[in-house]
Write a protein of this length. Structure first.
Length: 303
């Protein structure tokens, strides 16, 4: 599908990842409508006048349907994240499952040709394996379960109405504009002169992927002549929590010493995925290495 000249709906489009997707769409000549329950216009301040922002909740079926009118494609990124979904599982069900149904129904009724759905590596659960897309789904959190439900709703809509789709399973996304997450929480403590606290021994490891690379994967997924697939989106590298803390201390020039809290529960030991399939089908691969990406985050916070 051509990006330039087409109209796209991006749910959650003023958020952390969504705002980067919107920026790339506009840069490539698309018309963009953002649908967001809690708009953060500051994240799109450079695009004032180029994007239509509609305040609305994906739980509101009629509002979603109206926003989707005329859309050639839909990027469904609106979500209740991991922590809040664990704390409020009923709300997670309503936003991540019922809300996804509403978005897919709206896309179908609007005659949209394709949906790119933001899923997560949480669908795999905790595993020592390097996961490809054939790895069993083993979610043990309400968030992971809600993302699995969203993936299967998308499959059902596609089977019923021949709706094209690509599901993207993100690894550990970091970058500017992120409100939480390991990288930003550690960085904020360092810049405040507080020693970073590491749960356990810090050996737990993840595949860290910069948000701009994730945005590029989304746009490529929409543009590519590919449908009916689930794709991992990661950097193809692995770093431990202790590695991230050490790198951030070095970049900021801090002499703080990290503290290890062995009393904290470590929810996950390892989550690393293969993104080879995305490279083969989309011609996509991460372009930012971890050191450069972390320097980008530090620069964005320090101004």
């Amino acid at each position: 599908m051509e990006i330039a000249g087409n109209r796209y709906l991006v749910t959650g489009g003023t958020g952390f990842i969504g705002s980067f997707v919107v920026e790339q769409l506009v840069a490539e000549g698309a018309e963009v409508v953002v649908f967001d329950a809690t708009p953060q216009p500051a994240n799109l301040s450079d695009l004032a006048g180029d994007v239509e922002i509609v305040q609305g909740d994906v739980r509101d079926r009629d509002a979603v349907a109206k926003a989707a009118e005329g859309a050639a494609g839909v990027f469904h990124m609106a979500v209740l994240p991991l922590g809040p979904t664990i704390e409020q599982p009923r709300l997670g069900l309503e936003v991540n499952v019922d809300g996804t149904f509403n978005v897919l129904e709206a896309a179908e009724r609007a005659g949209a040709r394709k949906v790119v759905f933001s899923s997560a590596s949480s669908v795999y659960g905790d595993t020592d394996d390097t996961m490809d897309e054939s790895h069993p789904l083993g979610a043990r959190t309400m968030y992971g379960a809600s993302k699995i439900a969203g993936e299967y709703l998308l499959r059902a809509f596609a089977d019923r109405d021949a709706l094209d789709y690509v599901t993207l399973r993100y690894m550990n996304v970091y970058g500017p504009r992120q409100a939480g997450g390991l990288v930003m929480s550690v960085l904020r403590r360092i810049l405040a002169g507080e020693a970073p606290v590491i749960a356990g021994d810090g050996s737990q490891s993840f595949d860290f992927i910069h948000v701009a690379d994730v945005a590029d994967a989304n746009v490529r997924a929409m543009a590519a002549d590919v449908s009916g697939v689930e794709l991992n989106v990661g950097s193809g590298t692995e770093a431990s929590v202790a590695d991230i803390v050490r790198k951030l201390l070095e970049i900021t020039g801090s002499d703080l010493e990290p503290q290890f809290d062995t009393s904290q529960r470590v929810h996950m030991r390892r989550r690393v995925g293969s993104s080879e399939r995305a490279r083969e089908l989309l011609g996509w691969s991460a372009s930012r290495d971890l050191d450069a990406g972390l320097r980008d985050v530090v620069a964005s916070v320090q101004g």
